[in-house]
Design a protein around this ligand. Structure first.
Ligand code: SAM
Ligand code: SF4
Length: 448
């Protein structure tokens, strides 16, 4: 009697999760072992070398080479040798072969990405297979549910002068605001009623705002709602980060913007990259879940700089990554510069998924500022997180980082984007995937 198809689907999902952290040959060994254990299906994987083939993984692991009995071609040179299909039905076999083809392509590509030069080479290509592999990898690491974070842009006051950003101190065309604690809580209440389980409190880097202000907001949010709180308020003293952590903050988003110290210095006048990196280190010590990333297509940035950004992000051992294109903003020194390239930004997201693995990756809002379906496309090539803007319109109109379309990030619109893709919306807080895995494996949550 054939098993329920759903059993097989369940097996596919479980196996996908199992192979996610493994190397190419380990993944194939895992699949082969699991197939044999559950379905008595004996399979081997081999690499074609002319008329002979070389064993990679499978149930007869002591054979260094093999001749060719029945085989199925998975890629140009990787084959599946089938000794016995066990209890698999025809439909299941078809699905299994499709699944294996995807695993092999993904793991092969992942193997190719190791250093800045290899990342740069992949970024400069235009094959769609990169985007498809990243989508497959996203399903393996994160499942099919998308996390919607609710962002509250609580203040646009900034003491810094980043050349690319509309909130910069010297932009005198912007009316400045800070929402009151009550306004923030009312906004959060509406978001919570609509299913939001992570609030992101974002602002300019305001040197005059005492840390106690945000601490009181965090405490009130944690008291009233069962939610995660992410902060994105720039570089602060470690003491402020400590006060906020003690108030209940869970995560911090601080992009390094570019991993090139010289480019950073030119872009963020008066500030140096090392300050951002030291701030990330303080946040890590305080056990925040950390998000970071860079801007793609900044003036004078090279493709090699972008490749370096992804490799650099890997070294930061992030819980969340965010890469988005540069959007020229009026009343800034870069107002007339070229915008970042959307296609390149999507490839960056895809490579980041392959290289960074089990992290949350945001479909950056700046994608939608440049292309109508930018964020939707990002969710199809590696991203699994999207932000809905909860900020009341009277304030969000003043949060002019760069020009954005009214309503393009409303919760309604974001829900439409996710539904259109056929994905479900996660109902949990969506905490760090790697911390969850480390806990499950019985390892300490702190990074070594
Ligand atoms: N002030 C905080 C900080 O700098 O981390 C948080 C707010 S800041 C507006 C959030 C992010 O907006 C920055 O990290 C930067 O990557 C992004 N950003 C600013 N101007 C941008 C632009 N013109 N195009 C794309 N992203 C931009
Ligand atoms: Fe201020 Fe952040 Fe904009 Fe820089 S990116 S000007 S720190 S709001």
């Amino acid at each position: 009697m054939e098993r329920e198809t759903s059993d097989f689907e369940k097996w596919l999902k479980e196996t996908l999760k199992e192979v996610a952290p493994s190397s190419f040959s380990e993944s194939l060994a895992t699949v082969a072992h699991s197939l044999y254990r559950l379905f008595s299906a004996r399979v081997r994987f081999a690499e074609m070398l002319g008329r002979r083939c070389s064993f990679i993984a499978g149930e007869v692991s002591d054979e260094p080479t093999c001749t060719l009995p029945d085989y199925i071609q998975l890629t140009e040179n990787i084959i599946l040798i089938v000794d016995a299909w066990g209890k698999l039905g025809n439909e299941e076999k078809e699905k299994l072969i499709k699944f294996l083809k995807e695993v092999v392509k993904w793991k092969r590509l992942q193997q190719e990405i190791s250093d800045v030069a290899s990342v740069e080479k992949i970024l400069s290509g235009d094959e769609d297979s990169l985007l498809r592999c990243a989508d497959f990898a996203r399903r393996a690491y994160c499942g099919d549910a998308v996390h919607i974070r609710g962002i509250i842009e609580y203040s646009n006051i900034c003491s810094r002068n980043c050349l690319y950003c509309g909130l910069r101190k010297d932009n005198k065309n912007l009316k400045r605001y800070t929402m009151t604690v009550e306004e923030i809580l009312d906004t959060a209440a509406q978001g919570f009623d609509n299913g939001i389980r992570t609030f992101v409190l974002q602002s300019g880097e305001n040197d005059s705002e005492p840390p106690e202000f945000l601490a009181s907001v965090i405490k009130a949010l944690k008291k009233n709602f069962d939610v995660a709180v992410t902060l994105s308020a720039g570089v602060k003293r470690a003491e402020a980060y400590r006060i906020w952590k003690e108030a209940g903050a869970d995560r911090y988003l601080l992009k390094f913007e570019t991993s090139s110290p010289s480019l950073f210095k030119r872009l963020c006048s008066g500030s140096v990259l090392q300050n951002r990196l030291s701030a990330l280190e303080s946040l890590r010590q305080l056990e925040y879940q950390i998000g970071s990333g860079s801007i793609i297509g900044l003036p004078n940035q090279t493709l090699s700089d972008v490749a370096q950004d992804i490799v650099f992000a890997k070294g930061l051992d992030l819980d969340m990554a965010a890469f988005g294109p540069f959007v020229p903003s009026p009343h800034t020194p870069f107002a007339k510069c070229h915008p970042g390239d959307v296609a390149l930004s999507l490839r960056v997201i895809a490579v980041a998924r392959l290289l960074l693995g089990d992290v949350h990756i945001a479909a950056a809002s700046s994608l939608d500022a440049l292309a109508p379906n930018g964020r939707q496309r990002a969710l199809s090539c590696g991203a699994n997180v999207i932000m809905a803007n909860l900020t009341p319109e009277s304030y969000s109109n003043l949060y002019g980082i760069y020009p954005r379309q009214n309503g393009s990030s409303s919760l309604k619109r974001i829900t439409e984007i996710v539904s259109h893709l056929g994905y479900s919306i996660a109902s949990d807080r969506g905490d760090s995937i790697k911390q969850f895995r480390r806990r499950k494996n019985g390892k300490v949550t702190q990074r070594s």
